[in-house]
Ligand binder design. Structure first.
Ligand code: XIL
Length: 345
């Protein structure tokens, strides 16, 4: 049975945390365009939205002469209608970019020159910033720039052409252009496993420290926080937020979910009440940590990567065909123990 109504008696999650940070969620196309239970939950419990996919460059930058905001505008209008804070994800990434952008020819054989790619991405950044400036307050300027192998900027080996074509100062350029286009915007560098892999954290830390020393206009570090019920320890999460906060940057949690699997697990496990309780305790201790970090002025936003378990990107990733239950509401839209654990004294 599908619930057609949401549980009215529940406290609104974002109201509950309003003195600490905004609580956001990723909107899928489904949630945005269907007035079903997930949309109702989105509107009740979250005061900030980010598009799960439809503001990614591959859906907007159709070809050299076409920057198409038709779909993105529907998302912006929806958020505006309900007075939600809006994040833009993402201007530059190595994934979900239009393939043509990296090439000279239609057949995608010869890589673009530095001048070509620079002109294309600069045009895109200015177009997006100009088009969205009355709606959006926070932008992921560069997503996932740090390599999992070297902990330095990604190279071709990590499936990124950006450094190869533009050179090692490309990240600085993206932030500088974004700032030029909209000096009031919050500009975020966003990545995963920063809170869980110490080497990657050092890499990001040193990278942003250098950017700050060069006066690059970066405002915040985004921690995606696709974590698991087992790892990383909450102390390490707190230490990570504090490290960046002490550097003078804001910290945003941008894509949180709490998988019941470790990343390397292959087998499906049974979703027992004990497991749901374990997940609830994990959410609880982490949200307590978020409150402490918010009180220090470091953490400003906590954004979850979805609402209901059945719609999570973690179904099928990293193991195709396997489900996961990383979010706060189950597949029927009913609040899980994790929801209650973070909204009870
Ligand atoms: C994911 C979406 O959730 C999926 O629907 C899509 O197929 C692939 O991208 N890090 C990011 C997000 O920055 O954009 C990704 O979103 C999840 C990992």
């Amino acid at each position: 049975m599908f619930f057609s109504k949401i549980q009215k008696s529940l406290v609104s999650l974002c109201d509950y945390y309003k003195d600490y940070f905004s609580v956001g969620t990723a909107l899928s196309r489904w949630t945005l365009f269907n007035k079903g239970i997930e949309q109702k939950l989105a509107l009740k419990h979250f005061n900030e939205f980010v598009a799960e996919n439809l503001t990614k460059p591959m859906f907007i930058y159709k070809d050299e002469n076409t920057i198409d905001f038709t779909e993105a505008d529907k998302y912006l209008k929806f958020c505006k209608k309900y007075n939600k804070k809006i994040r833009w994800h993402t201007l530059v990434w190595h994934a979900q970019m239009p393939k043509w952008i990296y090439y000279q020819d239609k057949e995608c054989k010869e890589l673009a020159t530095k001048e070509m790619l620079e002109a294309r991405i600069k045009k895109y950044i200015f177009a997006v910033m100009e088009h969205t400036k009355d709606y959006v307050s926070s932008y992921d300027v560069v997503n996932e720039p740090i390599s999992d192998k070297t902990y330095k900027l990604r190279t071709e080996e990590d499936h990124s052409f950006w450094q190869k074509i533009l050179g090692p100062d490309y990240v600085e350029k993206m932030f500088t252009w974004a700032h030029e286009a909209n000096p009031n915007a919050e500009l975020v560098i966003n990545d995963y496993n920063i809170e869980s892999t110490i080497g990657k954290r050092e890499g990001m830390y040193n990278f942003v420290k250098e950017m700050l020393a060069k006066n690059v206009p970066i405002s915040a570090v985004g921690l995606q926080m696709h974590i698991s019920v087992n790892d990383p320890p909450v102390e390490q999460i707190e230490e990570t937020i504090n490290m960046f906060g002490e550097l003078g940057l804001k910290v945003l949690v941008t894509e949180m979910d709490v998988s019941v699997y470790n990343f390397e697990d292959k087998e499906r496990i049974e979703y027992t009440p004990e497991l749901l309780e374990k997940q609830a305790q994990r959410y609880k201790e982490i949200f307590e940590c978020f409150k402490r970090c918010a009180k220090k002025g470091y953490l400003t936003d906590v954004v979850l990567w979805g609402i209901m378990d059945n719609c999570s990107w973690k179904n099928d990733f990293p193991v195709p065909g396997r489900t996961d239950i990383p979010l706060l509401f189950d597949g029927k839209g009913k609040a899980k123990p994790s929801f209650y654990s973070i909204t009870e004294e």
